[in-house]
Write a protein that binds this ligand. Structure first.
Ligand code: ZN
Length: 54
């Protein structure tokens, strides 16, 4: 599972990821070209981070 998050929602994204997957979340910054086409999972802002478990 992967979640995308803006600067505002990264704490929420990490909490939700742990709650849903019971796995330790790994947070990475998106590449510039990925930011342009990816929105935050929790609002309409462009995503800054990706949260995944590997
Ligand atoms: Zn957001």
């Amino acid at each position: 599972m992967e979640k995308y998050s803006c600067e505002t929602h990264i704490d929420h994204a990490l909490d939700m990821f742990v709650a849903e997957t019971k796995e330790f979340p790994i947070m990475d910054k998106l590449k510039e070209e990925e930011k342009l086409s990816t929105k935050c999972s929790y609002c309409d802002a462009p995503a800054t981070y990706i949260v995944s478990s590997k």
